[in-house]
Ligand binder design. Structure first.
Ligand code: 5CA
Length: 162
């Protein structure tokens, strides 16, 4: 990895600020290679795809509420499982809705620091790993975190998402 001494972009800095406000010593790094997808992030970082935290925004069909699912990079979200937890049908959010509720573009959506509070579900499979990596505001920015910190950081509910 490289470029860690460069000034962060505004989006990455806002995630860094959100992390710092949580009182954890977590450091956003902006890289020269892409971390836009879980596969690209794992390749760039040199970790397993399963250690990548995908931050996926869904939208409830009736009340149009955002839902954040933090999924392991190797897992596909079962929308029926999330619907059962939320109590309302959900669908995948489009790029505009994702941007509107999080303040970030797809490929850079972080697990914290959104424009509004979003009900959050955490894939239990992420807790199999000690170390995880998540997006930090841009398709080139990530941060490393302990899986033990994920729940406290996001106030999410640990569930099976498969
Ligand atoms: N930076 C990496 C993690 S370090 C990242 O953000 N991965 S991600 O999986 O959370 O974000 C990419 C996801 O965005 C894809 O898995 C896909 O679910 C979603 N996505 C991609 N394109 C679109 C689109 N046009 N509309 C809605 N969702 C999309």
């Amino acid at each position: 990895m490289s470029d860690t001494s460069k000034k962060l972009s505004n989006s990455a800095q806002s995630v860094q600020d959100a992390l710092s406000r949580k009182g954890l010593a977590l450091e956003v790094v902006e890289l020269s290679a892409s971390t836009r997808t879980a596969n690209e992030a794992a390749e760039t970082i040199g970790c397993e795809v399963a250690q990548i935290v995908k931050s996926l925004i869904f939208r409830t069909k009736a009340s149009q509420k955002p839902i954040l699912v933090l999924a392991s990079g190797v897992n596909r979200v079962n929308e029926k499982a999330i619907t059962a937890l939320v109590g309302e049908k959900i669908g995948k959010a489009d790029a505009d809705f994702t941007r509107e509720v999080t303040g970030f573009v797809i490929g850079g959506v972080p697990p914290v620091g959104h424009k509004q509070e979003i009900d959050t579900y955490i894939d239990e499979d992420l807790l199999k790993f000690d170390v995880l990596w998540a997006a930090a505001g841009t398709p080139n920015a990530v941060f490393r975190l302990g899986s033990a910190d994920l729940q406290g950081l996001t106030n999410g509910r640990v569930v099976s998402i498969k």
